[in-house]
Design a protein around this ligand. Structure first.
Ligand code: FAD
Length: 217
């Protein structure tokens, strides 16, 4: 089923990420962590189901540097309030199933943002952990909010192309995951395809139960 919506606000979040707020169609319901196709491309709602609008964080990929991307994300830069959009029904397998270690790469943080907001509102975020990998500090989406959501000891922000005090350095690997690993917790994984595959095999090797690993199928 398709839904019609209108752009209400579009603004920059980082050097290559925009925030998009659109009208919420009637009868449009979703769970935190679910995505929708906008004009045929998947993006995750970062707003709450009870909010009156839908909010997205969208990473843009300049076509010259990323010829394999369709250019849709870049074309958002040229859209304006009042423009119409077509949405699919919500879908997705990432939803909150209990305390866990959230492991995200780049734009893969988006399904977790709605979940964190929901838990924060219920004062139930405590004991969840986040490992979030980005290339450089300026790529970190909503760093201020994440630092506010998580205690310092439950948060690992790691950079893969920049060494800065106060941030871990290097890809998320076995050593980084071990610090937070607990076989009784859930593991939520989202990011570039290869990263999700690599992280899943590390977590399995460390002894996570197969049904405790939650990722977009
Ligand atoms: C259902 C669905 C919903 C989506 N929703 C959104 C959305 O709302 N907004 C949006 O912008 N995009 C969305 N996407 C797109 C998708 O999440 C991103 O394209 C993807 O996560 C890559 O992110 P990136 O380009 O920021 O990663 P990059 O910046 O390329 O990488 C992020 C980090 O991961 C590290 N990394 C890469 N590979 C590995 C590895 N093998 N092991 C360890 N670390 C690694 C990198 O070094 C880097 O630090 C969605 C996709 C799907 C399928």
């Amino acid at each position: 089923m398709n839904f019609n919506s209108k752009i209400l606000l579009i603004e920059p979040v980082t050097h290559n990420v925009i925030r998009l707020i659109i009208s919420k169609p009637g009868n449009f319901d979703f769970l935190p962590g679910q995505a929708v196709e906008i004009e045929g491309h998947p993006f995750t709602m970062i707003s709450q189901p009870e909010d009156l609008v839908l909010e997205f964080i969208i990473k843009t990929y300049p076509p010259k540097l990323f010829p394999n991307h369709s250019g849709l994300t870049e074309s958002f830069l040229f859209k304006k309030p009042g423009d119409n959009l077509t949405l699919s029904s919500p879908f997705g397998t990432i939803n909150y199933q209990g305390k866990g270690v959230f492991i995200a790469g780049g734009a893969g943080i988006t399904p977790f943002l709605s979940i964190f907001k929901m838990l924060h509102k219920k004062d139930d975020l405590k004991d969840n952990k986040l490992i979030f990998s980005n290339k450089t500090k300026k790529d970190i989406i909503m760093e201020t909010e994440l630092r506010n959501f998580f205690d310092e000891s439950d948060l690992s922000l790691t950079l893969t192309k920049e060494k800065i005090n106060g941030y871990d350095f290097g890809r998320i690997n076995e050593g980084k995951i071990k610090k937070f690993f607990n076989p009784d917790m859930n593991f939520y994984v989202c990011g570039p395809k290869q990263m999700v595959a690599d992280i899943k095999s590390i977590i399995q090797k460390l002894g996570a139960k197969p049904n405790s690993i939650i990722f977009e199928k």
